[in-house]
Design a protein around this ligand. Sequence first.
Ligand SMILES: Cc1ncc(COP(=O)(O)O)c(C=O)c1O
Length: 389
Amino acid sequence: MKIKPEHHFKTREVHAGVRPDPVTGAILTPIYQATTYVQESVDDYLAKGYSYSRSGNPTVAALEERITALEGGAGSACFSTGMAATSAIMMALLNNGDHVVLSDVVYGGTHRLSTRVLSRFGVEFSFVDTADPRNVRDAVRDNTRLIFTETPANPTLKLTDIAAVSDIAREHEIPHCVDNTFLTPYFQRPLELGADLSMHSTTKYMDGHNVTVGGSVTAATMELLEQIQFVRNCLGSNMSPMVAFFTLQGCKTLSTRLEAQSAGAMKVAHFLESHPMAEQVVYPGLESFPQRELAQRQASGFGAMLWFEVKGGVASGKKLMNALELWSLAENLGSVESLVTHSVTMTHADMDPADRQRVGISDGLVRLSVGLEDPDDLIADLRQALDGL
Ligand SMILES: Cc1ncc(COP(=O)(O)O)c(C=O)c1O
């Protein structure tokens, strides 16, 4: 199997990083479940590339090569979770006294890591409405060492113009990291738009089957990648070979799943728009989406995440979620199983309620992750639950 740069995405997602096993011919890279690697001699130390599985593992390396083939860039590093990836990026690039510009809407765990952990080590954070790149420019200080954006943002789906923010970052020689979890490299490739780092919770669409938790970072340069790999080795937050193996299988169908799931999301969004009990339906594919032009300019698809407000506030929202039969009430997203999440009590519970309100994470926000089931069945289930309110 020889993967070439001119091969299309759908070919790369199936084959990149994996070669038939040299010993047996097994078509899949095996789960190299081993702590250590026997060296030929002291002089030939690391001749085969591996020493100890905290520093590197062949199954994980196959996934890293696959992700690089999909995202572009110089190379990737995989982690035990998405939060481990974010932590390594921040710990690699920041020192006491440094400042970070961060999207004001980010995954709750990223907010928590910043405000409750790294702030204790003397790092300052400005949470900025990155939907307007001018706010990023205004927030940059002499000691800013990282711009971290999440687009589309969890859960409001607010978008950041990756190219515009990357231009500002470049002017100030500050790395720009994009959390690309919601759209994946199939729909959006931040490095091609000028970003320096693209990270994922591979737990979501990369795995796609609710099997693993994991994370990845893809870097535009080897220098950035090596800084992050160094911290990963220090923290011991590497991905396990078993997780890499499952993720390698899951991500073979990334594009096919995303096409089907986003088509389903469009249908669900249109249905919700027509239902009297749903107000303010937000999906980047809808005409009403405020940043639709940007969504079409920087990504080739709208994704499969959407949200809406139920009439009747939190009480109605709770009743709705309890009445759903096909949608699972759960914290993950991006899987083939459709999921419903109440962000305020689940993914963003640790955020200050006033901050949540300010950035549009309202108490009645119902987040939907559309899976691979027949959209008509998903809509029928939503209809029965909404009709019953
Ligand atoms: C956008 C985004 N980034 C990062 C994370 C963190 O990933 P993990 O749960 O794999 O640590 C999540 C988790 O929900 C997420 O939604």
